[in-house]
Design a protein around this ligand. Structure first.
Ligand SMILES: *Cc1c(COP(=O)(O)O)cnc(C)c1O
Length: 358
């Protein structure tokens, strides 16, 4: 007996990067921050844990919204806390996209958008990027015109490039939403783009952010959406009542309170990112300038999957990513290695191993 909805039956399911559960790995595959979160986070979690865990958390996350609003210079009703950015994306899909409607996203980029669309029974269309990660607007415009949501990670993954504001504006669907997935924005320009929300057309834009990367809190599961209060109010009807728990709300507030800690780690990662980029280019890799906490490395004629496997044998995990039917014509597989910027020591170990492998 097959009881599945047909679209779930067909679904392959999103496959996240490997998470080995034992020590001893140099883990450069899922863009985690190699540095610990602010010590204030631990204190806040401990304090919250000795508080009232028998009662439900604040369903609105009022304290967190206040802090995020202050940081972004908006009112708290522009903020919707979530159980990670991925939950924000799920809420967006469930709030705005009917089965059969179309969502679009650049390709190659974050493949979860496609999976979420499949779960919802929506159609998805890939906006195929040019070789140099620029937009092919001519091909994209007709798709954008019928899209209910256009999802754009900015900086993009796996390439790390940041698209400028004037290009983002051209991606706004006339009868839909533009979702700017800013998971990596703190590594580029944290002041960017929430400005767009208050400009013309801003009531059709949603920004999503996460504490997983720049704030070193991937283990906590916390993100938030930023949008016009009317959009946030609709999304609030869709989310689980208690989507963020007491401990993660406390942790998120403490993390936002320690901006200096986050920025210090970002500065370190940016410095290591330059070094890693240069080192890879010196070894013959093509590496686009990254504004995120990872780099995308390809080498003509190289067997990227073999390099990934040989590194893995040496207990170094990077992400091998193949994107079939890519390129402007959709006629070739774009593949390469996405390497998270770790500590300097991790990057040294990676480079040593790479030299053995090449
Ligand atoms: C990491 C990542 C997310 C997910 O963030 P979480 O808050 O950990 O769910 C969303 N979008 C992109 C592009 C990412 O790389």
């Amino acid at each position: 007996m097959n009881l599945f909805r047909p679209n779930i039956q067909r679904l392959e399911g999103y496959v996240p990067g490997e998470q080995p559960q034992e020590d001893g790995w140099v883990k450069l595959n899922t863009n985690e921050n190699p540095y610990p979160p602010s010590p204030r986070v631990r204190e806040a979690i401990l304090a919250a844990a000795s508080g009232r865990l028998n009662v439900y958390p604040d369903p609105l996350g009022t304290e967190f919204r206040r802090r995020a609003a202050r940081l972004l210079e908006l009112d708290p009703d522009w903020i919707l806390p979530a159980n990670g950015s991925d939950e924000s994306l799920t809420i967006l899909m469930r709030t705005f996209v009917d089965p059969g409607e179309t969502i679009a996203f650049p390709y190659p980029s974050y493949i979860l958008y496609e999976t979420l669309a499949d779960i919802q029974g929506a159609r998805h269309e890939r906006l195929r990027l040019n070789e140099d990660w620029s937009w092919n607007f001519e091909a994209a415009v007709p798709v954008i015109e019928r899209a209910k949501i256009v999802f754009v990670p900015n900086p993009n993954s796996p390439s790390g490039n940041l698209w400028p504001e004037n290009e983002l504006c051209r991606l706004l669907p006339p009868h839909g939403l533009l979702v700017l997935d800013q998971a990596y924005i703190d590594f580029a320009d944290p002041s960017a783009d929430v400005k767009l929300l208050q400009a013309d057309g801003g009531d059709q834009i949603v920004v999503t952010r996460t504490l997983s990367k720049s704030y070193s809190l991937a283990g906590i599961r916390f993100g938030f959406a930023v949008a016009h209060p009317d959009l946030i109010a609709g999304m609030r009807k869709v989310k689980d009542s208690y989507n963020c728990d007491t401990l993660s709300l406390a942790a998120a507030c403490a993390a936002l309170d320690d901006q200096e800690w986050m920025h210090e780690n970002v500065r370190r990662i940016q410095a290591t990112r330059s070094r890693l980029t240069e080192a890879l280019r010196a070894r013959g890799f093509t590496v686009p300038d990254s504004r995120a906490n990872f780099v995308w490395a390809t080498r003509p004629e190289a067997d990227h999957e073999r390099i990934y496997e040989e590194l893995k044998r040496r207990r170094i995990l990077v992400r091998y990513m193949p994107f079939p039917e890519a390129g402007p014509q959709g006629d070739r597989t774009v593949d390469g290695l996405r390497i998270t910027v770790g500590t300097d020591e991790q990057i040294d170990r990676f480079l040593q191993a790479l030299d053995q492998v090449l």
